[in-house]
Design a protein around this ligand. Structure first.
Ligand code: SAH
Ligand code: SF4
Length: 353
């Protein structure tokens, strides 16, 4: 596969510099970026206001997107899952999620894209498919940003919300993540507002501080999944490195720097973290940080022993939180089985091949 430089990984200055090296003026960069990000051109031949000789020079040196689409699947509720192959033959997945009609109405044009940041994951949470095969490598900025372009092109939908909740730990790949966010955010680039992007982390405290120091108002979600060290440690090895107190310190720092509310993600796993006592501790913790809680019934991963609790247990857990004045939601939609448990489609593909 091609190892040409991907334009989706370059910021505007870098595109200009590359064009200077080819003896071209700055306005060529404007033209090319406009073709890619405003007009959706996926090859240089389509750029009809560029001289033919420049188009072929560009095609010899660059590619627009470094991703090769391998397959797409759909679930009943029109969630779509895309599998992309990278230049080294590895796979990543990207999931397009239409807004829930229950929350946003039947005619909503809100589309959220769940983007991967690494191939595999080194953090080995016990319930997650992404870490099952360990960590392979970081995605570069072009591979991250191109997912938005490629999924937009394949679906024909305008993506207006990004969640870094696909495969990998985004804060373990911070420089590439930040560069990709800048390209996704830029007016000359994909043009999605920072407040419409959410980075999800398993709780890397030092990187949360670094992330808080960035100027963009990107949102932060923290995968908590346990409200005490004892419970969290059982399912998230990262808790040994950054126990809850240390994590909370970094989140207080984040709160001191940003206006956005933090979101705690909490997967409900039967008999592991779904007790009344955990719900009470979680409420205290979230209240102290003015954080929202997003409860997600566990999505079964083949080969792993975990299950989701009954709906009654889920509702009780939610009630314990809300009765304590905490803003909490429970994902109740059906048919979203394809969307959660990111990492499974790619795992199957790697096992086949
Ligand atoms: N590494 C980051 C982002 C990717 S995971 C993080 O851990 O936050 C995105 C979310 O999906 C996390 O909250 C993760 O805990 C959750 N998740 C992983 N496996 C899941 C499963 N089988 N069912 C439901 N949620 C899952
Ligand atoms: Fe990695 Fe996040 Fe999965 Fe944990 S939940 S293994 S940090 S991708």
């Amino acid at each position: 596969m091609s190892r040409l430089t991907a334009i989706t990984g370059l910021n505007r200055d870098e595109v200009e510099t590359r064009l200077h090296q080819l003896g071209e003026p700055d306005y060529r960069a404007t033209q090319i970026l406009d073709w890619i990000y405003a007009k959706g051109a996926m090859d240089f031949e389509a750029m009809t206001n560029l001289p033919a000789a420049l188009r072929s020079k560009l095609a010899e040196r660059f590619t627009i997107s470094p991703l090769r689409s391998v397959e797409g699947t759909r679930s009943g509720d029109t969630t779509r899952k895309y599998l992309y192959q990278l230049h080294d033959g590895r796979y990543i997945e990207t999931v397009l999620i239409p807004a829930s009609p229950a929350l946003y109405g039947e005619s909503s044009d809100r589309y959220t894209l769940c983007v991967s940041s690494q191939v595999g994951c080194a953090y080995g949470c016990k319930f997650c498919a992404s870490g099952l095969d360990g960590f392979a490598r970081n995605l570069d900025a072009g591979e991250i940003a191109a997912q938005v372009l490629a999924a937009g092109e394949e679906s024909g939908k305008k993506i207006n919300n990004i969640v870094f909740m696909g495969m990998g730990e985004p804060l373990a790949n911070l420089p590439n993540l930040l560069k990709a966010i800048a390209i996704i955010n830029a007016p000359w680039g994909i043009g999605i507002g920072a407040r419409h992007m959410t980075v999800s982390t398993s709780g890397l405290a030092p990187q949360i501080r670094e992330f808080a120091d960035q100027p963009l108002q990107v949102r932060l979600a923290v995968s908590l999944h346990g409200a005490s060290d004892e419970v969290r440690e059982k399912i998230m090895p990262v808790n040994k490195k950054y126990p809850i107190n240390e994590l909370l310190d970094s989140l207080r720092y984040y709160n001191s720097k940003k206006k956005q509310k933090i979101t705690f993600e909490y997967i409900l796993i039967e008999d592991i973290n779904d007790s009344e006592e955990q719900a009470r501790s979680l409420a205290t913790l979230a209240y102290s940080l003015n954080a929202k809680i997003n409860l997600i019934p566990y999505n079964k991963v083949e080969g792993l022993p975990w299950a989701r609790p009954s709906e009654a247990v889920q509702e009780d857990f939610l009630n314990t939180l809300t009765s304590r004045g905490v803003h909490a939601t429970l994902r109740r939609e059906k048919g979203h089985d394809i969307e959660a448990a990111c990492g499974q489609l790619r795992l199957r593909k790697e096992q086949e091949g």
